[in-house]
Design a protein around this ligand. Sequence first.
Ligand code: DX5
Ligand code: ZN
Length: 228
Amino acid sequence: MGIRISPSILSADFGHLVDECERVAQTADWLHVDVMDNHFVPNLTIGLPVVEAIVNQVSTPVDCHLMISDADRWAPSFAEAGAKSVTFHVEAAANPRQVARDIRAAGARAGMAIKPGTNLADYEDLFSELDMVLIMTVEPGFGGQSFMADQLPKVKRAREIIKNLDTDIWLQVDGGVSLDTIAMCAEAGADTFVAGSAVYNTSDPSAAITNLRELANKSIDGSWWGGC
Ligand code: DX5
Ligand code: ZN
């Protein structure tokens, strides 16, 4: 199986957004776009029109991470705007099962994100509705924060659930993923990796992705779950 690296443009230069997306086009599998509303998280980034513009200008598929309240109302619109994957926070959804169904009905992969303080066990029964589960490894809201290694058991548990279900749900980690931490994430069970500052705060973002990929692949090869 192949892993996926999804660079987060939150750490890119917004003044040259399309160029910044193109800088990673050779090596990125997805483009991670963080949508924040200063309500669900204490930060405000970009919204639907900008996501739409990125989709129209860039060929890399867009992986939208919605850190917004009222996911029920907004999530399907991001799929309709052309994002190929739309991830909502379970803490922000009144009816997460329906949100996942609406995202899929609008033509995108449905992802569910979980904050560090949220108990995974409460949402296990939703896995069958999902294409991806995102375990946050920082408190959502800002790039450049320190990786929370105490979330790794949750990544491992999520991988166990996916293995038991015998389905191809992707398991994403986001926050503090870098050359120092990606191997731990892969070993625990992640197969899809978001990295913002570790990609864009380097002189060669495309090469940074290649280096991250190499480390993740190596770690999965010898891991308990073996990348199945
Ligand atoms: C944070 C965002 C992340 C952020 C990651 O809430 O969801 O996608 O861009 O940035 P780094 O990789 O720098 O921690
Ligand atoms: Zn994100």
